[in-house]
Design a binder for this molecule. Structure first.
Ligand SMILES: Cc1cc2nc3c(=O)[nH]c(=O)nc-3n(C[C@H](O)[C@H](O)[C@H](O)COP(=O)(O)OP(=O)(O)OC[C@H]3O[C@@H](n4cnc5c(N)ncnc54)[C@H](O)[C@@H]3O)c2cc1C
Length: 400
């Protein structure tokens, strides 16, 4: 009798859930166990992000980010339409507010065209047709960007997997990982489990899972905490949809933006400051193990030495509402301090090499019976279904 193959997923974020979903669609006979250490899915990055469906305009042509964001965007929109998850392809503006940003805006526009993204360059006058309160010199309109309820996507993926008979184990941290010549093993809550294949999608913990399995890599996850404000109900008219600044190529993930959420609120943010705990969402949270691990890492010390000035600016923006407001005013000059209410924070998992450089693209590390998704920063939520399919492609020979 043929034995059913068994696959384990570690991590109930959008990447882990989407990978489980792709495997369940392609191999209906494979049984999947998904281990999540928290009491719910999407407890970390997947449930604490900006809720934006990215178009793929920013990313280096040919990169995994460019390819999987483009494919993932349409897969996500189809999934949400089919499964009744709230989304809106409302479009977005990327606004240049100073002359030196115009060549960078043009560069993004050219990249967008190369990546097959629908986009149009618009004039200062046209900006106000889309966003009456935003001002700038020139902008890109991206009609296929949008907003989505990412925790809703995660919950729907969880329900589909459970309906198909797969197991989602919550409150179940994985604390050891190993492989032999014909399979892989993990332990959780003191019990050992054997699988044909284990796929780890641990987000902020992904490098630790790689180390647990004995694989050697040159990078470590560095957590960047970003705080959001929300606009008071009276100030919501200041943003219709999505208003973004032109990113600085040296710090592409910096730059606070205005985001209409799917529940109608308008959030602004996030900024990005090195976090004193990988999963500590309050400024006061401090995890000695996380801090010591970062400080001992050569790459972190390089980063701190080379980018301390930018780091202090971002920290100032976290501690001072006025500094935060100044950044917002460049896009929407009429916004006032009293329009902003502090709301929440999120922590980005960013892989850093030992030379201090940031790993830009998605990274997947493969062992014979263990696959690790190691660097899945933005736009991995948008791209999650395409990432899941691409991992299913990679493990095809191991599951057939
Ligand atoms: C502030 C912020 C804003 C962002 N905005 C956007 C956006 O607008 N659009 C977009 O596309 N992307 C955005 N992103 C990026 C996006 O949210 C992430 O790329 C994506 O959610 C990554 O998903 P993941 O499943 O890899 O990680 P996560 O969602 O972090 O999931 C990893 C899971 O693994 C679990 N885990 C870890 N270790 C273990 C273990 N040992 N045992 C069991 N479980 C474990 C964790 O508890 C966690 O639930 C943003 C990210 C942040 C932080």
């Amino acid at each position: 009798m043929r034995q059913e193959k068994r696959v384990a997923l570690i991590g109930g974020g959008l990447v882990g859930l989407s990978t489980a979903y792709a495997i369940s669609n392609r191999w209906p006979d494979v049984h999947i166990d998904l281990f999540e250490k928290e009491d719910r899915v999407s407890a970390h990055q997947s449930g604490r992000n900006s809720g934006v469906i990215h178009s793929g305009i920013y990313y280096k042509p040919g990169s995994l980010k460019a390819q999987l964001c483009h494919e993932g965007r349409s897969k996500l929109v189809d999934f949400c339409s089919r499964e009744g998850v709230v989304f809106d392809t409302c479009g977005k503006l990327i606004v240049a507010t100073t002359p030196d940003e115009i060549p960078r805006l043009q560069h993004i526009f050219d990249r967008g065209k190369e990546n097959g993204v629908r986009c149009t360059l618009i004039s200062a006058e046209e900006i106000s047709e889309f966003e009456p309160h935003a001002t700038g010199l020139k902008a890109i309109h991206v009609p296929d960007a949008g907003i989505v309820d990412f925790p809703g996507v995660a919950r729907r993926l969880q329900a589909i997997l459970e309906e198909k008979g797969h197991s989602i184990f919550l409150n179940s941290p994985v604390d050891s990982l190993s492989e032999s010549s014909d399979g892989s093993f993990l332990t959780s809550l003191g019990r050992s489990h054997a699988y044909d294949l284990i796929i780890s999608c641990g987000g902020l913990q992904s490098d630790r899972l790689v180390k647990l399995s004995g694989a050697i890599t040159d990078f470590q996850i560095v957590p960047f905490r970003g705080v959001y404000y929300e606009l008071t109900a009276e100030a919501r008219h200041l943003c219709s949809n999505l208003i973004y600044p032109v990113p600085d190529p040296a710090y592409p993930f910096l730059g606070v933006h205005f985001t209409r959420m799917t529940d109608g609120r308008i959030e602004v943010g996030p900024n990005a400051v090195l976090a004193s705990a990988r999963e500590g969402y309050s400024l006061k949270t401090w995890n000695a193990h996380d801090v010591m691990e970062a400080v001992r890492f050569k790459g972190f010390r390089h980063l701190a030495r080379n980018h301390w000035r930018q780091g202090l600016t971002e920290l100032h923006r976290t501690l001072s509402k006025n500094a935060y407001l100044k950044a917002l005013k460049t896009l929407v000059p009429s916004i006032r301090a009293q329009d902003l209410i502090p709301c929440r924070s999120g922590i980005r998992a960013q892989a850093l090499r030992s030379d201090g450089s940031m790993v830009d693209d998605f990274v997947i590390v493969e062992q014979p019976h263990i696959v690790h998704v190691c660097n899945a920063p933005s736009p991995a939520a948008t791209a999650c279904l395409a990432i899941g399919d691409s991992i299913a492609d990679r493990v095809e020979s191991r599951l057939n």
